[in-house]
Ligand binder design. Structure first.
Ligand SMILES: NC(=O)c1ccc[n+]([C@@H]2O[C@H](COP(=O)([O-])OP(=O)(O)OC[C@H]3O[C@@H](n4cnc5c(N)ncnc54)[C@H](OP(=O)(O)O)[C@@H]3O)[C@@H](O)[C@H]2O)c1
Length: 255
């Protein structure tokens, strides 16, 4: 069994490890003994350890899961040359990783929190030599898309990395609309959850415009609601959200 060494044991690391622990040997390195022990309690088959003054990464397959602003501190502790670095750090460029961590090959990824249920949409780029290994790892936590450039990965960060929050706004608004018209919050949330579940199959097999056309009959309820959404600027608001999230990802990469 191949071994993956996670550095960082926060939300994203935990979500990923759950999908990977059956297929890979997992070693988790972090700085908080209590949360490491809690993770070990949850997933008995993994190994956990606290990072000391120095961290030997020689020949390891590193999955880097700390916050981007922790990279400077962490890199000062690293010794040796890793076999590969798979980074999930938002905005952090391959060039920065190369400057901070010594390794043979580097991969940059953007998973999302759907990884908790092995439903991450993960975009990946980096050294072609690691392409098949990277796809194999991240396919364990959902769907993957390999892109050729970091620019495309930054756009994907806006769409799929931040996307769960954008869709949560839509979901909450639909639920609010239902409550506004007399449904209980509980029933409204059940409806919205079922709606998203069915929509995920629809969108996997149809273009958005095809779904819309199949629901919208002339002068009907959907046409009426759809016109309100256009009038309220939902479409331009979503496009603007992607524009701004992408711009932020680019900015993070420069800092
Ligand atoms: N959450 C998402 O939806 C999402 C999506 C895509 C990508 N990402 C990326 O995933 C990465 C982690 O995000 P997260 O949401 O998992 O954050 P998080 O829950 O705050 O986890 C960060 C982890 O890194 C550890 N850490 C921080 N500095 C460290 C250091 N110097 N040495 C060792 N460990 C250190 C933290 O330890 P402590 O517990 O001691 O603080 C914590 O376990 C980020 O780079 C983010 O851009 C997140």
């Amino acid at each position: 069994m191949e071994k993956l060494t996670f550095i960082g044991n926060g939300n994203m690391a935990k979500a990923m490890i759950k999908g990977l622990a059956n297929k890979y040997e997992i070693d988790v390195l972090g700085r908080n003994e209590k949360s490491l022990e809690a993770l070990k309690h949850e997933l008995a088959m993994i190994e956990v350890s606290k990072i000391g003054e120095k961290l030997d990464i020689e020949n390891k397959n590193i999955v880097l899961c700390v916050k981007p602003n922790s990279l400077d501190d962490l890199s000062l502790k690293l010794i040796g040359e890793a076999r590969c670095v798979y980074s999930v750090l938002a905005g952090t460029k391959l060039e920065t990783l190369k400057n901070k961590i010594c390794a043979t090959n580097y991969i940059r990824t953007m998973p999302n929190i759907g990884a908790t249920y092995q439903k991450s949409m993960t975009t990946i780029t980096g050294d072609e030599a690691l392409k098949s290994s990277a796809l194999e790892i991240f396919n364990c936590i959902g769907t993957t898309l390999w892109v050729k450039s970091e620019k495309e990965l930054d756009v994907a960060t806006a769409v799929a990395g931040s996307g769960p929050a954008f869709l949560a706004l839509i979901a909450e608004a639909l639920s609010d609309g239902a409550v506004n018209n007399g449904l209980s919050r509980n029933d409204a949330n059940i409806l919205v959850s079922g709606l998203f579940d069915g929509f995920s199959a629809l969108i996997a097999n149809n273009k958005p415009s095809e779904i819309k056309d199949s629901v919208m009959s002339p002068g009907g309820t959907t046409a009426s609601g759809y016109a309100s959404m256009e009038k309220s600027g939902v479409r331009s608001g979503m496009i603007e959200a992607i524009n701004n999230a992408y711009a932020k990802a680019v900015l993070l990469g420069k800092n």
